[in-house]
Design a protein. Sequence first.
Length: 300
Amino acid sequence: MTYQPDKLRYFAFALDPIHVGTGGYRLGRVDMTIVREPGTNLPKIPGTSISGAARTYAAMQEEGKFPGCAGQSGHCGDPHCPICVTFGFAGTQNGSFQGLAQFFDARLLFFPVHSLAGPVWVTCPEALKDVGVAVDEPDNNFVVVTTDVQQSGKLNLGWLMLGVKPNDPLILNLPQVPQEILNHAVLVSDKMFGHIVNDNLEVRTSVSIDPQTGAAAEKALFTYEALPRASVLYFEVVVSDPKFYQINGQQPLSSNGGKQKVIQTIQKGLALFETLGVGGMNTRGMGRLRVLNLSVGGAQ
Ligand SMILES: [Zn+2]
């Protein structure tokens, strides 16, 4: 029997617009762009951003037992510290350790767009395939819609008008995603998905405040992109079993829960995403993300 680490798949719903920035370079029409996948150009939330926030939020719930372990340095490196074992540590007397949870990028699954049929959630075969749902890809100028989405032969998605494929309703079985979203899903080709997402991102304008004076700084207007509220994303976390590892000659978490403790620690961290958020500009009402399928035993 070969050893297989646990693969947890999480689905998440944006309660606010979400801005995970690339570092503030001006590219085209916006000052602060969001991170994109190289091949598809689709926005994503990097696994490192998810893992960093989950680490901080999980540590906050350890009631001060591991105060140095929340951030990027100052870790305790104790084999019984759930934060260090789960998320890794560096520069301790026990050396460095990669961490038993490996976080992958969050990718878009359903993207909300306004249409004459009301709000709809656009998706594509490539995204659905990643979560185990196989569908036929429509041509670039066609959509496949559910019976709840009006079917008058054409459907607009933002400014774009596409033909509706007749007699072929879209039925999606994804129990982790709210039925309301599945009922208003619209399937487009992989290529059109990229166009529709990039044409319908939120672009906001804001004023930066000079910390010295409290007034608006000179040349202070800046624009930034964000994933819109009600976007649905998914991401995976791979969990390795502590019994195959050693930290300073000891099996990590051997006396306080083993692998279940790692999963619990991940989920405690993820549970606070819906109140404390992920990414930048949380003080501007951005970033809250509800993880939809948290459970005691791990993701469903
Ligand atoms: Zn620690």
